[in-house]
Write a protein that binds this ligand. Structure first.
Ligand code: ZN
Length: 68
């Protein structure tokens, strides 16, 4: 079963154990951290999409338009 971190703490812990994680964003090249990923959903997405939460938000805004 894959380890899917849901927080920066879990991400760092899993990384310390050598779990096979995606560790940086494919779009902005930044390492995942609490600077660019903020919610449990965002953390799960890092391992499913390979991009940070900030980039994921930008992606959705650009694709579907920002409703605000
Ligand atoms: Zn990013």
């Amino acid at each position: 079963m894959a380890i899917i971190p849901r927080s920066y703490k879990e991400f760092k812990w899993a990384k310390a154990y050598g779990a096979n994680l995606i560790t940086s964003c494919n779009n902005c090249s930044m390492d995942f951290s609490d600077e660019n990923t903020h919610t449990p959903e965002g953390w799960i997405n890092t391992q499913q999409t390979g991009i940070c939460e900030d980039c994921h938000e930008d992606f959705l805004d650009n694709m579907y338009g920002d409703p605000t």
